[in-house]
Design a protein around this ligand. Structure first.
Ligand SMILES: [Zn+2]
Ligand SMILES: [Zn+2]
Ligand SMILES: [Zn+2]
Length: 344
């Protein structure tokens, strides 16, 4: 295998399958684990201090030194790097160990129907937290939540992958709060085009229901969603993806933050109390090329009006919800103008 010595973690020319097969051995996994145990983040925050061959060997406790040498050399350059001073874990090696720790602290965990104390942002009913198959679900027992699509559980308000370690020593509402923090931290870099899992490039798209018409239960028959505009982000490298509401995007915009803050609402506090992003909002597409969106955020007699605009490379149908929205590929939204007007 040919590769450059100065690459920190990406080793060109090695397939994921080859990397997985390198880990398919008990001694090699034991080497990584021992190196992680020997490493101290306090004394060596940048993981630069090398471990000696004999220290690692003593920690792994392998009798046959030739065998040990072979397995350590197999890990070298991918998960372990050998320098003149000794051996240290690479970023990829640390990632492997951390992925194991995130998932292995507990036996498979399922949590059914815990009351959170946080009201549904649509109907005010106390929401339910469920943990199933490594995913956290926030559900409303009383209304459709965001969608009636059968791709999601009834009453869905949020769902995302969440490691079992996040459930350790936490009550239901603490798990929810940890989940919200985790989710916000994962989605923030995606809106800037950076994957939170691998740092790769993220493709951005805007999903719009062209003929959005909510019925009595608030759900549109055509797209099966309550809200007409969604943002879709997909990593080109590792396929990490997220789809989330326009409100997630608005939550971080300075005009929105300051509009609410000047009126005594800290959106971060409010996010913790309600598990939603902004107060009531409505959004419409006013032009197709460039894609232009007008948003209204009313609050106590005032309205923050925002103009959002984006150019895009192509459009195509979006069948994900079982409805008929359009997806604008390569669309990167920005706020073009805003004003506060009186609603009285
Ligand atoms: Zn509800
Ligand atoms: Zn619709
Ligand atoms: Zn990625």
């Amino acid at each position: 295998m040919e590769h450059s010595k100065d690459e920190e973690h990406d080793v060109p020319g090695v397939t994921p399958r080859e990397l997985f097969s390198l880990l398919g051995n008990e001694t090699r996994v034991a080497i990584l684990e021992s190196m992680w145990e020997l490493w101290s983040p306090e004394s060596d925050p940048y993981n630069r201090e090398a471990l000696s061959f004999s220290d690692i060997r003593a920690a792994v406790d392998v009798r046959d030194s030739g065998n040990f040498n072979y397995h350590l050399s197999q890990l070298n350059d991918h998960f372990v790097r050998q320098t003149e001073e000794g051996y240290r874990l690479t970023n990829a090696g640390l990632h492997v160990i951390r992925a194991v720790l995130a998932g292995s602290l507990t036996d498979p965990v399922n949590v059914d129907a815990l009351e959170t104390g946080v009201p549904c942002s649509y109907c005010g009913t106390v929401t339910i937290l469920r943990y199933d198959d490594d995913h956290l679900y926030l559900l409303c027992p009383n209304c459709p939540g965001h969608t009636t699509s059968d791709r999601w559980p009834d009453g869905i308000l949020a769902s995302f992958g969440f490691p079992p370690a996040g459930l350790q020593n936490r009550e239901a509402n603490e798990v929810l709060q940890a989940g919200l923090t985790w989710y916000d931290a994962k989605t923030a870099p995606m809106m800037e085009g950076v994957c939170p899992e691998c740092a790769g490039e993220v493709d951005e798209s805007v999903v719009v229901c062209p003929d959005h018409e909510p019925l009595e239960d608030g759900v549109c028959e055509r797209c099966l969603m309550v809200r007409p505009i969604w943002l879709l982000y997909e990593c080109r490298n590792c396929r990490y993806w997220r789809i989330f509401s326009l409100e997630r995007f608005l939550y971080d915009r300075p005009p929105v933050v300051s509009f609410f803050f000047e009126r005594g609402v800290d959106l971060v506090d409010r996010r913790r109390e309600t598990a939603s992003y902004v107060l009531e909002s409505d959004a419409d597409v006013t032009s197709d090329d460039p894609l232009t969106i007008r948003v209204r955020l009313p609050f106590e007699g005032d309205v923050l009006r925002l103009g959002l605009e984006t150019t895009y490379d192509s459009t195509e149908p979006f069948g994900h919800y079982g409805g008929n929205p359009s997806v604008y590929r390569g669309a990167s939204l920005s706020v073009t103008d805003y004003e506060v007007v009186s609603d009285r």
